[in-house]
Design a protein around this ligand. Structure first.
Ligand SMILES: C[S@@+](CC[C@H](N)C(=O)[O-])C[C@H]1O[C@@H](n2cnc3c(N)ncnc32)[C@H](O)[C@@H]1O
Length: 220
């Protein structure tokens, strides 16, 4: 087996340079081998702070961007978390280290199956992975203390607002896909607070019933 260039500490340094300060999060990145969540042909990119193609027109989120989004959730360890868009599971594994448990939903079955294998190989046990359209949330496990949406849409889908517990946080890239503001909301009794912009970024589209229209790759 060829060795992978770099180590998790390279990512920790990149996160620090991007302004991420949450020590628990930096420790989670140090303890989570990204090589276990990157396709075999792209292992040389595992410890570089870059997105990686995962097939079907999708990419992983750049690690420093993922970390900024997770930091925005302000996790302390006791939370019940919903993640929309599992990808190959690296961000899911970080959330699983930082919260009590994670429900993650991925719309593309082939990607979701690989994520399930990756998470199991890394011994991650507190994740329930569902295959399906996450724009409707996962109502049978709601409410959630924190919701992380990993794909872009101009608005927060109404079911995700409803499934966030009062006082909970929701982070989502808001935009058309390709040019977003990544924002953090808090859930109040009447809806969401005004958004706090965490950063700008370029995301794939959130596709589904309460998002952009699906395309044919979602059935694979
Ligand atoms: C930018 S990737 C992020 C993956 C992962 N969170 C990461 O950090 O690498 C976005 C993922 O969202 C998925 N996705 C898009 N629309 C979705 C939906 N309605 N429900 C669930 N997943 C969705 C895509 O298939 C893709 O795997």
């Amino acid at each position: 087996m060829p060795s992978v260039p770099g180590t998790p500490d390279d990512l920790v340094r990149a996160l620090g340079a991007a302004g991420v300060r949450d020590e628990r999060l930096l420790q989670a990145v140090r303890a989570t081998p990204r090589a276990g969540f990157v396709p075999a042909a792209l292992q040389d990119l595992a410890y570089r702070d870059v997105p990686v193609a995962i097939g079907q027109g999708q990419v992983t989120t750049q690690p420093s961007l993922s970390a900024m989004m997770i930091e925005g959730l302000g996790l302390s360890g006791s939370e019940h978390v919903l993640e929309i868009g599992t990808g190959l599971g690296f961000q899911t594994a970080l959330l699983a280290r930082l919260a009590a448990d994670v429900v993650s939903i991925e719309t593309r079955p082939g990607i979701a199956r690989q994520a399930r294998v990756n998470l199991a190989r890394q011994g991650v046990r507190n994740v329930e992975l569902r295959i399906g359209d996450g724009t409707g949330g996962v109502p049978d496990r709601a409410p959630y203390d924190a919701v992380l949406v990993s794909a872009a849409f101009p608005r927060v889908p109404a079911p995700l607002v409803a499934q966030t517990a009062p006082g909970g946080r929701l982070v989502q890239p808001i935009g058309p896909g390709g040019d977003e503001e990544v924002v953090c909301f808090e859930r109040t009794a009447s809806g969401l607070t005004r958004p706090r912009v965490l950063t700008s970024a370029c995301f794939v589209r959130l596709q589904g019933r309460y998002g952009f229209p699906p395309d044919e790759t979602e059935r694979r």
